[in-house]
Unconditional design. Structure first.
Ligand SMILES: [Zn+2]
Length: 167
């Protein structure tokens, strides 16, 4: 269900963007796609999202060309979808800064040289802005280990490159 559109929204691209990614769950689905989730059942397991809601959100994201659905039924980010990464990275950094006193929950590194990425995605070692597929994500100091994780969350708790399929 789209957010109510107002006259003022017509000249605000933030309002337009929120119609796509502003609904509850949607950015979490996109985040999981960056983490390598591709299958409906894996999104459902990891997010604990009602299946009907997941179906609707995935349909919206495919219709808006954020995700594609392959013939094998797997969902992958499009180039347009991958351009959402800086938003997700920034929101994670904001959450870490203000709601994670023990430090970042997930550290981002340049997979080639292990350099930490700054808030703009630039590697502290080679000073390049690191492309999404070359970004490694791993538990940081603020990460809280949890018992009884589902299999997908277990994969998320180990260092891995973005977009590498979880299975
Ligand atoms: Zn580097």
């Amino acid at each position: 269900m789209a957010l109510p559109s107002t006259y003022a929204d017509r000249n605000c691209s933030l309002a337009r963007a929120l119609e796509i990614v502003g609904e509850r769950w949607t950015l979490l689905i996109v985040r999981d796609a960056f983490y390598g989730v591709r299958r409906f059942g894996d999104f459902a397991t990891q997010l604990g999202i009602p299946r009907a809601v997941l179906t609707n959100r995935l349909k919206l994201l495919v219709r808006e060309d954020v995700l594609t659905r392959d013939d094998d039924g797997e969902y992958r980010l499009t180039d347009k979808g991958i351009e959402l990464w800086p938003i997700i990275r920034s929101m994670m950094a904001w959450g870490d800064a203000f709601y994670s006193p023990a430090g970042v929950k997930r550290a981002l590194r340049h997979d080639d040289d292990g350099g930490l990425l700054d808030h703009e995605g630039r590697c502290e070692t080679c000073h390049q802005v690191v492309a999404v597929p070359d970004t490694r994500i791993e538990p940081g100091p603020g990460y809280v280990p949890t018992d009884g994780l589902d299999p997908i969350s277990q994969v998320f708790s180990t260092p891995r490159r973005l977009l590498d399929p979880v299975r």
